[in-house]
Design a protein around this ligand. Structure first.
Ligand code: CIR
Length: 253
């Protein structure tokens, strides 16, 4: 069960965030409204939400999942793969210092984005992507093993992050987009296959027995509900324009 979440208010400069989506620039005012609805959805799932202030120096800084990870044993500050995002770690580390958790760091030449890391109990799948390299994955696995957990690096193709195409919904259930269906690393899971035309909806979040899903992907939502989950839907269209999804917008612990 999760008790808390950390989010960060989008900055006006988010319109200059990194994107390959080709969906145009986000509407900042709408993004702020959607972000507020996202916070309310987390609260509906019983989480206490800490909201960090916007930081105009970092256009992508609302995607707090990438510069840090929180496990049951502590915090790991990552070393984000995109140059414009490397400086995001400072503010997130500062915010997490107050939690009194052990803090470890991924260091150069290792790079790692939290969006590439999927937690399944005490085991972590680490996607190798343009953002996360072998060295970053190796360092993370070493940290996890020192703390009695484990990790494995997973080869993948064409996705921004591992969790762009995968969401763990607990109970051994994995929501997966086309690119990752049938991937040998995930054979032991019960896979819910996301239809190709709804691939964005492969990024959902399980929060305390509810699943938060993005608005506008009815087939995926129905499939998740048929699998027995109650869903809460949030419109995150303005974050989709920056290749960001539901998981990227918070750290849950
Ligand atoms: C980026 O390209 O880094 C941002 N525009 C989107 C980050 C999305 N984060 C995630 O999937 N964990």
């Amino acid at each position: 069960m999760f008790k808390q979440a950390i989010v960060k208010t989008p900055c006006a400069n988010m319109v200059n965030g990194i994107t390959k989506a080709g969906l145009g620039q986000p509407d900042y005012q709408l993004a702020l409204q959607q972000h507020q609805q996202y916070i309310e959805a987390l609260q509906q799932c019983g989480l206490e939400v800490t909201v960090l202030p916007a930081d105009e120096k970092f256009p992508d800084s609302c995607f707090v999942e990438d510069p840090a990870m929180i496990t049951q044993h502590g915090v790991i500050i990552t070393h984000p793969g995109a140059d414009s995002r490397k400086g995001e770690t400072k503010a997130i580390e500062q915010a997490l210092l107050n939690q009194g958790l052990d803090i470890q760091r991924i260091k150069a030449p290792g790079t790692l984005d939290g969006g590439d890391v999927m937690m399944v109990e005490k085991h972590f799948y680490i996607g190798l992507s343009d953002r996360t390299n072998q060295q970053g994955a190796k360092q993370l696995i070493e940290i996890l093993e020192q703390q009695g957990m484990s990790g494995v690096a997973v080869e993948m193709n064409g996705l921004l992050h591992l969790k762009t195409g995968l969401s763990y919904l607990e109970n051994n259930v994995l929501l997966a987009s086309e690119e990752l269906i049938g991937h040998p690393a995930f054979e032991s899971f019960k896979v819910l296959p996301v239809p190709a035309e709804e691939s964005y909806a492969a990024n959902c979040i399980w929060v305390n027995d509810k699943v938060i899903t993005p608005l506008g992907f009815p087939k995926t939502q129905a499939m998740i509900e048929q699998a027995g989950y109650q869903t809460i839907t949030v419109n995150v269209s303005e974050f989709q324009k920056l290749d960001g999804g539901l998981s990227c917008l918070s750290l849950r612990f």
